[in-house]
Design a protein around this ligand. Structure first.
Ligand code: GDP
Ligand code: IMO
Ligand code: MG
Length: 434
């Protein structure tokens, strides 16, 4: 069973890019299964920093197949820009980048509708990345989406495009009072993109299943995080796809029984971008300290990330809905200088103590988090590669968090670079641990 799934355990930006790049060394294929260019996955190699949005974070390793799965929504302009950016930096992937025929396209009217809808919501906005993600998935679910394969049949593409532009322009004009989209311009533009992308478009589900049959190791790359999942997240303050582990099956077309490991990426504290409840948020000097030390600014939009303490209710919910076999705990080094480190173990709301994450947004918004407090280790952990070399108090923090979340660590990350990592358990080992 050669599939390992990587899933964000919080609200995204947990450091998935770094861990995926690291695990790619032992994989044959890396496949993104959901989301779009709302994602920003950072990989640091030596002095070079790469930010991947749509292309799997395994692309920096020579010779590995990188797949954009059917569950992803693709903005071809953004994809081409990302491809060009990599080529300019000497990363070659011609034979190795495959895009699913069934992946849905993000069209200019999706972006226009996303932006217009957020503007209309005012202070009730979701704080989307404005990339057209929600409207593209909405079209997919309402069965009028346009897929990569449609680009290969210009007549059919034109027909679907015209129908959709008609409807989108009606909304843009009458409901949102926003600029309209021109269908002829879009057609020409997308035919130009097709000439560039056509050699990458293929049946990725067939490719993946044949690879699995041949016992190739497949790394399934999730974007966003569990609490941004459209089913399991803090709805409606979520994205429009399924970042949770089950999304890897539908988003790639592989059976659940092909998956042997599910690694949750957990940041040693919590961050969130955009609106929505965040019980352990620190809107104070501590939050600012975490933001500065952790360089918590969006890799996609540059927005300052909201920061707060580790919340074990949030992570435990993720352990449950994903079935993590282990976690990678990232950014431990960001806590190096703190005197005291807090861990949230419950929420109090109207006299009631919640020890498991409630689904009511009002409770999440209004509760008083209950913390336990641990002493800081006050020494650097940057670049430590062996667990025994971590300060005792840092080990206590790791062990306490894992015990409270009911999961074991397989990786601890002590810096942004590949080699700044403690590997406790080698990935792609059959026999998942509990
Ligand atoms: P992703 O969206 O989950 O891939 O995460 P992002 O790339 O958006 O944000 C994570 C940020 O933390 C990036 O700037 C990474 O380079 C950085 N990072 C990842 N792991 C570590 C770590 O262990 N320590 C530190 N200090 N930075 C890290
Ligand atoms: P990675 O993969 C953090 C958030 C947005 C917004 C909500 C909906 O880098 O972890 P959308 O544009 O998806 O409709 O916005 O989801 N969001 C992310 N937050 N990391 C991400 O990706 C995100 N992708 C979307 O900020 O709150
Ligand atoms: Mg990110």
């Amino acid at each position: 069973m050669p599939v390992l799934v990587v899933v964000g355990a919080q609200w995204g930006d947990e450091g998935k890019g770094k861990i995926i790049d690291l695990l790619t060394e032992r994989a044959d294929v890396v496949a993104r299964y959901q989301g779009g260019h709302n994602a920003g996955h950072t990989v640091v190699v030596g002095m070079d920093e790469f930010i991947l949005h749509l292309i799997p974070s395994g692309i920096l390793h020579k010779g590995k197949k990188c797949i954009i799965g059917n569950g992803v929504v693709v903005d071809p302009a953004a994809l081409i820009e990302e491809m060009d950016g990599l080529l300019k930096r000497g990363i070659r992937f011609e034979q190795n980048l495959l895009i699913s025929r069934n992946a849905h396209l993000i069209m200019p009217y999706h972006k226009a509708l996303d932006v217009a809808s957020e503007r209309l919501k005012g202070n009730k906005k979701i704080g989307t990345t404005g990339r057209g993600i929600g409207p593209a998935y909405a079209d997919k679910i309402s069965r009028k989406g346009i897929r990569m394969a449609d680009l290969l049949d210009p007549e059919a593409f034109r027909e679907k495009l015209n129908a959709n532009v008609g409807e989108a322009n009606f909304l843009l004009e009458r409901f949102y009072n926003a600029p309209l989209v021109n269908q002829d311009t879009v057609f020409e533009e997308y035919m130009r993109y097709t000439r560039r992308l056509m050699k990458h478009i293929s049946d990725t589900t067939l490719y993946l299943n044949e690879a699995i049959e041949k016992k190739k190791k497949v790394l399934a790359e999730g974007a966003q995080g569990t609490h941004l999942d459209v089913d399991h997240g803090t709805y409606p303050f979520v994205t429009s796809s399924s970042p949770t582990a089950g999304g890897a099956c539908t988003g790639l077309g592989i059976g659940p029984n092909t998956i042997s490991e599910i690694v949750g990426i957990v940041k040693a504290y919590t961050t969130r971008v955009g609106s929505g409840p965040f019980p352990t948020e620190q809107e104070n000097a501590m939050g600012e300290l975490l933001r500065e030390r952790g360089r918590e600014y969006g890799a996609t939009t540059g927005r300052a990330r909201r920061c707060g303490w580790m919340d074990t209710l949030i992570v435990r919910h993720s352990v449950r809905v994903n079935g993590f076999t282990s976690i990678a705990l990232t950014k431990l080094d960001v806590l190096d200088d703190l005197d005291e480190i807090k861990i949230c173990v419950g929420y109090k709301h109207k006299g009631k103590l919640y020890e498991e994450m409630p689904s009511e947004l009002t409770v999440l918004e209004q509760c008083t988090p209950q913390y336990i407090s641990l002493p800081g280790w006050k020494q650097t952990t940057i670049g430590i590669k062996k667990y025994e070399q971590l300060p005792k108090k840092a080990r206590t923090y790791v062990e306490k968090v894992c015990r409270l979340c009911g999961v074991k660590p397989s990786i601890i990350s002590t810096g942004a670079r590949r080699d700044e990592t403690i590997i406790l358990e080698r990935p792609f080992q059959k026999g998942a641990r509990k």
